[in-house]
Each structure stands twice: as structure tokens, then as C-alpha cells.
Write a protein of this length. Structure first.
Length: 255
């Protein structure tokens, strides 16, 4: 950055930057062009879940709609739902995809009273400093912030698909869902929309987000080198990508 290799992005050279949520820009660098956001959500198969509920005796035979009370809207409700209908929910291994990693992150936040401020860089430095953590500090970190999440996840594990047979990656999770081996999964919003559009996931797929605290997401962004052979054209493309028309297309066609 100090060498001037990257172009600072402003509303003067990319006017449609004004369309971007200020909260997004606040978390981005001055050289960043955030053009797409996505987050981990829950997908459920409405038709399959209807069958599960009827078979469980929670709905009468011939029921055509799922009452809202049977769709979890908070993390505690999701944990209770998973054990009420064992084998119907799964999230992927957290080391293979964000759909699993961000689900575990959400469990960590649940165990810490939904206090997102506790996990900021400033909060960490205030408590542990900037040096290498000692074994005692690592133990304190785990006991204070993470042990409760492991308890939550261990408690729900027997209720998951095959008692916790975690698929490796979003693709494997999607196949379990498409093959109707589970009726609910965690999945990235862009992947979910693309897979429904391509027919990979059934038309009866529905999407929800937790209402108490959404699962984590992120933003795709680009930067422009000051040495670009056609910098004017690159800026015009960036401005086009941030136009209302293209942003609507991104949500509709990419997710």
C-alpha cells in the first residue's frame, strides 16, 4: 500500500460506491471494492420435512403446510429441533467449509451470551496482550470462551445425521440434502441459490436465517492496481458492478 501499487477507491472514481452499505465499507480497506456479500444460512426441504412431521404425529395426515412453530428461528430452537427430529439435521466439518466453520462460530457466540464484542481484536489484546500465549493463557482462553460451545455441540451430536457423521465440504452436505437423507443443513447463501437454480437442490428447498443472531457471512471484494493498462476501463467496470441493476442480478443469479 505504501508503495502506491493499489488505487484508493472513492465515490469520485467509483460513484456507485455510495450504494454499498456504510457498515460494509467501515470494515473494508480504502482500496477495496466489495461487490457481493453472502452468509451461512439454513436450508430445509419443505416437502420432506412435512413428511417427517406427519410421521412424527406432529401434523395430521394430508397436511399441506408447515406451521411456523416447527421451523427453528433461534439457535436454541435449532438445537432442540435437531433432537426432536433426530437424524434430520447436519452441518459439514468446520475444517472443510465455512458452512461448518461459521456454524461452530455461531455456537461459540451462543455460549458467550451473543456478545460479539468479546471477540474483537481490541478485546483480545486487552486481555492477553500481543505476545505469544502461554499454556496457561491458552487454557484460560478455552475455558472462558470455547468450552461452553464444545458442550453445546457435543450435546447435540447424537441427534445429528448418523449421530454426528459430518460430511466433508459443502458439496457432500448438499448431496445428503438432495438425496433426502436429511431435511435441514447449513449452507452458504450463494451456493444454495445457485444449486436450486441448477436443479441440484430440490424446488421444495426453503431458506431461513436465525433471528436471534445470524450466522456469520463475508464479502467478496476486488482491488485495482495503479499500473493497470486500462485503469479507466477497470473503474468503469467496478462502477457498473456496484450499480443497482447489477447488484440485483448478483443476488438473483449468484446469491
Amino acid at each position: 500500500m505504501e508503495a502506491g501499487l493499489w488505487l484508493e477507491i472513492t465515490e469520485e472514481n467509483v460513484p456507485n460506491l455510495s450504494n454499498v452499505n456504510p457498515a460494509v465499507l467501515a470494515g473494508a480497506s480504502d482500496f477495496s471494492i466489495p461487490y457481493r456479500g453472502s452468509q451461512v444460512i439454513l436450508a430445509y426441504n419443505e416437502e420432506l420435512l412435512l413428511e417427517v412431521l406427519i410421521e412424527a404425529g406432529d401434523l395430521e395426515e394430508g397436511a399441506m403446510e408447515i406451521p411456523a412453530e416447527f421451523i427453528p428461528s433461534t439457535f436454541p430452537e435449532l438445537m432442540a429441533w435437531a433432537c426432536e427430529y433426530p437424524g434430520q439435521f447436519i452441518y459439514p466439518r468446520p475444517d472443510t467449509t465455512g458452512a461448518g466453520r461459521e456454524f461452530v462460530t455461531r455456537a461459540i457466540l451462543e455460549a458467550n451470551g451473543l456478545d460479539t464484542d468479546a471477540f474483537t481484536q481490541d478485546a483480545f489484546v486487552d486481555q492477553f496482550g500481543t505476545g505469544e500465549l502461554s499454556n496457561e493463557q491458552l487454557q484460560e482462553l478455552n475455558d472462558t470462551y470455547f468450552a461452553g460451545a464444545w458442550d453445546i455441540l457435543n450435546e447435540v451430536e447424537p441427534c445429528l445425521y448418523n449421530e454426528g457423521e459430518y460430511p466433508s465440504g459443502s458439496g457432500a452436505t448438499g448431496r445428503l440434502f438432495a438425496d433426502e437423507l436429511v431435511s435441514m443443513i447449513s449452507i452458504w447463501s450463494d451456493q444454495a441459490l445457485q444449486n436450486v437454480a441448477l436443479g441440484v437442490l430440490p424446488d421444495s428447498t426453503r431458506f431461513i436465517q436465525l433471528e436471534d443472531l445470524p450466522m456469520v457471512g463475508g464479502y467478496a471484494a476486488s482491488t485495482l492496481p495503479t499500473t493497470a493498462s486500462n485503469l479507466e476501463g477497470a473503474l468503469a467496470l467496478a462502477d457498473f458492478l456496484l450499480s443497482s441493476e447489477m447488484q440485483e442480478a448478483v443476488v438473483r443469479d449468484i446469491g
